[in-house]
Design a protein. Structure first.
Length: 364
């Protein structure tokens, strides 16, 4: 009964029925579209929220460039009674193959310990107190003891006596008070610090951190104008040299090889530098590296487009932090060439008297 009534009503005014049907269809469609949009937006936002985040970590190789010098401090006995004497031993070891220049050791006994005058020794030889001051903290400025040049693969032992003004239950808990610096290491380094991590070890440890998808090593250095040439042609601009392997190139899609390919033992050159030098795959470039008597020859196996490689050209300077500072002339070499050729050359420069470096190799 009701069905027949509805059917007669629909047939009596077809236009109205078709309009109502179209309106309902449009309403259902719009409502479904809104639901799909909300669901899609939520899925996209969730995907972005849980997506891996690339973290660019940098480690500056200033310590290895300034020689592997280490200072240790040891105080005996481990417990002191009021008025009891103790002995402080300082051992400076240069484990590198280069001398350390203008090495200065600074120290001041931590209260309640006090220095006993005229007790300082250098390799068991007595050191006089300058003007009655503590040799490791002289004058108002508390200047340290300048040892001059410490030869490679050598060790210097220093010592002095202290007296306890009050009881010390644990002398090691006072912590190391001595530090050293040199011309190569301008920032004082505390005694008893651990050996610096190598780039390979740092990469390995970072890759083991939970949540880290991968860790790839990258080395770089900026060279002066005119450092890159090919035959008689020389670029009048600065050049940046990168040290990386094929794994880094594969994982970073912003680095594009536009001609040739990556070959171990060879190098890649930026498209701008390749055009300026009129060189392509199979050619050879010369790189003038500080500390090397002859330019470094690198066979080119391909040209690259690195104009969008943010990981390579993001600035790490305070005034330009995270800004994209592009260097047109770039060369990519293998990590073994960078570690075994370029870094040792810079080590020669840093240990040579009267030399100043504008930039140093860094690793990330």
């Amino acid at each position: 009964m009701i069905g027949s009534y509805v059917w007669r009503d629909l047939r009596r005014n077809p236009r109205r029925s078709l309009t109502a049907l179209a309106g309902m269809t449009l309403g259902i469609g719009l409502f479904s579209a809104v639901l799909f949009f909300i669901d899609g937006s939520s899925a996209t936002m969730t995907e972005r929220a849980i997506a891996p985040i690339p973290i660019d970590m940098q480690r500056v190789l200033s310590d290895p460039l300034g020689n592997q010098v280490r200072l240790t401090q040891h105080i005996t006995p481990s417990r002191l009674k009021p008025g009891q004497r103790g002995h402080v031993t300082l051992a400076l070891v240069n484990n590198s193959s280069h001398p350390a220049n203008e090495v200065v050791i600074r120290d001041e006994p931590v209260p309640p310990l006090s220095y006993i005058p005229n007790s300082t020794t250098l390799d068991r030889l007595r050191v006089t107190d300058p003007a009655g001051d503590f040799p490791f903290a002289q004058g108002q400025a508390k200047l340290g003891l300048n040892l001059g040049t410490v030869p490679a693969k050598s060790k210097i032992t220093l010592g002095y006596d202290v007296v306890a003004d009050s009881a010390v239950e644990s002398v090691p808990s006072l912590g190391p008070s001595a530090s050293f610096s040199s011309r190569e290491i301008g920032i004082p380094v505390k005694a008893n610090t651990s050996e610096p991590l190598s780039l390979d070890e740092l990469t390995r440890q970072i890759s083991k951190i939970p949540g880290v998808a991968r860790a790839e090593p990258l080395s770089l250095v900026d060279l002066d104008r005119g450092s890159l040439s090919a035959g008689p042609k020389r670029l009048p601009e600065t050049v940046r040299v990168f040290g990386m392997d094929n794994r880094y190139l594969v994982q970073d899609p912003s680095i594009k090889i536009i001609n040739g390919s990556y070959e171990p033992g060879s190098g890649l050159i930026s498209a701008e530098a390749a055009r300026a030098l009129s060189i392509g795959p199979g050619g050879v470039v010369q790189i003038r590296v500080p500390g090397m008597s002859q330019p470094l020859s690198v066979r080119i196996s391909g040209t690259t487009d690195v104009s969008r490689a943010k990981s390579l050209f993001y600035s790490r300077e305070g005034k330009q932090l995270e800004q994209f500072v592009y260097v047109r002339n770039s060369v990519i070499v293998g990590p073994e060439v960078f570690s075994k050729t370029i870094i040792p050359a810079f080590q020669n420069v840093t240990t040579a008297p009267g030399t100043i470096l504008r930039s140093r190799p860094s690793c990330r």
